[in-house]
Design a protein around this ligand. Structure first.
Ligand code: NA7
Length: 555
């Protein structure tokens, strides 16, 4: 795939290293790590609203964050395009036109490139720059950031904009190094694409990604074997081109769309119906579900208000979806293997699909139930389970991410007094509002653990965080303050609140969920995102700021 234009690495004279063993040091008012949706908007606000000198350090060779890396065939956002975008700039909102109901990965990169050019962002973005360490100097009140290339950056404020799903989880299956074919993780997909023609392909993983990629591979490959550990629910996406009338209507109504998105639980502009699954007679309920199924997409779960909080309501919903799998998949044994029985609908991240279950009616597709025959090893020729060896030319890992904490811990962050973030989070992330961690002054995290993040339509969650951080730094500068740090009591209270919010839903009951870190062996089992709802969360953040940044020590 061709790289999109306008994303050449930042270069300037001062960027070259002064001498082989003396890193060049570049000083800024703020450093941002990551040039996806969050890093780009954070750059814009700090520069334009506060007049700060900012540098964005980006590991990739282009902007786009998650969408720079996730280029696997079928990669598409499951928020609808008209609201998977920024809301802060009327001009951008009115000029950009999405082509499909759900934006594909290439179109999202084109959109971000359009935004970056419109706002002249690229001059402050340094590409191909991987951060390998960040240390806080208490005496100087300065963060020092080191890069793999040996450069050093210093600034009083450090903002991580590294995304929630950016550290690929490649399971440690013995034998991968001796596999004679090619293997790929979907989150690190080659830019030139992968040609599956004439190949026997194995795919491990049936989360949102696996469900998107399998139908596309099956169409191209000679044969596809899907290795499934946990069966998943999926709602048809019903993707299609956007009509001229929809574009007009959206543009005319953006104010209302954003107002609704911000006042809801998940940053989506659709409202969750104010009725219980138990309130309506069975035939009426069936009609409502069928209608939602036909409409497709994430808004299926908005059909009733109690799908995620009432076990009985969730069981009824899950049964409807299980029946759909049986209705689509012709082989009853295969249908049963594809039917989730161990968790309720949407207690794990609910995928949406284009022809996923239909894929299993194809002659060239096989399903392997890893619960019945676990993986033993990868061999030179393919993959061996406890039952047999499956010969493969290509192995695709759709095995997800070390979500939320992974991208942050990879940065090797050391805070006040030399404390390491990895030590402080050894039993799970401990943040205040998901924005700051005690012991790490002037370090802000956009959509960090403890904030609504992945439970939301991300651009809405990102804008709320960036606006809050920008206002917070602006307020400090106005008052002549230089240091802000979350107080330990405030963080402890917030961690309790995050747990309570999760426990008020059915979400923690899905024991294999990446929300809990369960997909990464050895990761602490803690429910990481804030499940109390976006609007409620944003209200708390505003209240904290309005109350003199309650829970933050500022000096
Ligand atoms: P997910 O949702 O974490 O899915 C990963 C899949 O890979 C899931 O089916 C896992 O099974 C499976 N997996 C992970 N490790 C293994 C091993 N070792 N063996 C077999 N199977 C394994 O990641 P996605 O990329 O699909 O989606 C991530 C998010 O991106 C998505 O939710 C959207 O928010 C966008 P498990 O369920 O853990 O048993």
């Amino acid at each position: 795939m061709a790289e999109h234009p306008g994303t050449k690495p930042f270069t300037e004279a001062s960027n070259t290293r002064a001498a082989a063993d003396t890193p060049a040091v570049h000083t800024f008012d703020a450093l941002i790590i990551g040039a996806g949706f969050s890093g780009l908007y954070q750059l814009h606000t700090l520069r334009e609203q506060l007049g700060m000198r900012v540098r964005v350090l980006e590991q990739g060779g282009g902007i786009g964050g998650t969408w720079y890396w996730n280029r696997y065939p079928g990669a598409r956002c499951d928020s609808e395009s008209y609201y998977y975008c920024y809301s802060f700039d009327k001009r951008i909102e009115q000029e950009w036109t999405w082509s499909e109901r759900y934006p594909g990965h290439a179109e999202i990169r084109q959109y971000l490139d359009f935004v970056a050019r419109r706002l002249d962002l690229l001059r402050d973005v340094q590409l191909d720059t991987k951060v390998v360490g960040a240390q806080y100097d208490d005496d100087a009140g300065i963060w020092t950031v080191d890069t793999e290339g040996g450069e050093r950056f210093r600034a009083p404020f450090l903002i991580t904009a590294v995304g929630c799903l950016s550290t690929a989880n490649v399971p440690a299956i013995p034998g991968l190094d001796r596999f004679a074919g090619q293997w790929y993780h979907t989150g690190q997909w080659p830019h030139e694409g992968v040609d599956f023609t004439g190949k026997r392909v194995g795919q491990i993983g049936t989360g949102s990604t696996g469900i998107q990629v399998a139908p596309v591979i099956a169409e191209q490959a000679t044969h596809l074997t899907v290795f499934q550990r946990t069966a998943n629910y999926s709602i048809p996406a019903r993707n299609r081109p956007v009509t001229a009338q929809e574009i007009r209507l959206t543009r005319d109504n953006y104010e209302d769309i954003w107002r609704r998105a911000r006042s809801g639980a998940n940053g989506h502009p659709f409202t969750i119906a104010d009725r219980s699954v138990h309130d309506v007679p069975a035939d009426e309920r069936q009609r409502i579900f069928e209608e939602a199924w036909e409409r497709g997409g994430l808004r299926f779960r908005a059909s009733f208000r109690d799908i995620l909080v009432d076990k009985g309501a969730n069981d009824i919903t899950s049964d409807f979806l299980r029946a759909k799998i049986r209705a689509v998949v012709k082989d009853p044994e295969m249908a049963e293997t594809l039917t989730p029985r161990d968790h309720g609908f949407a207690t794990k991240r609910p995928p949406i699909d284009t022809g996923y279950f239909e894929t299993f009616n194809r002659d060239n597709v096989r399903l392997v139930d890893l619960k019945a025959e676990p993986i033993v090893e990868i061999t030179e020729r393919g993959l061996r389970t406890t039952r047999r060896e499956y010969p493969l030319d290509i192995l695709v890992f759709a095995t997800g991410f070390d979500a939320l904490t992974g991208p942050l811990l990879k940065l090797n962050i050391t805070g006040s007094g030399g404390r390491r973030l990895s030590d402080d989070w050894s039993a799970g992330p401990r943040t205040y509002l998901g924005l700051q961690t005690p012991g790490f002054p002037n370090l802000f995290t956009i959509t960090g653990p403890g904030s609504p993040s992945v439970l939301c339509n991300m651009p809405i969650a990102i804008e709320q965080h960036v606006d809050w951080i920008t206002a917070c730094i602006g307020d400090m500068r106005a008052q002549g303050l230089t240091r802000i740090e979350a107080e330990r009591d405030a963080a402890d209270g917030w961690v309790r609140h995050v747990n309570d919010a999760a426990n008020a839903t059915l979400l923690p009951q899905a024991s294999s969920s990446w929300y809990l870190g369960a997909n990464v062996p050895g990761k602490p089992r803690v429910f990481m995102p804030y499940a109390g709802g976006f609007a409620r969360y944003a209200g708390i953040c505003d209240e904290v700021a309005g109350d003199g940044y309650r829970g933050f020590a500022r000096s």
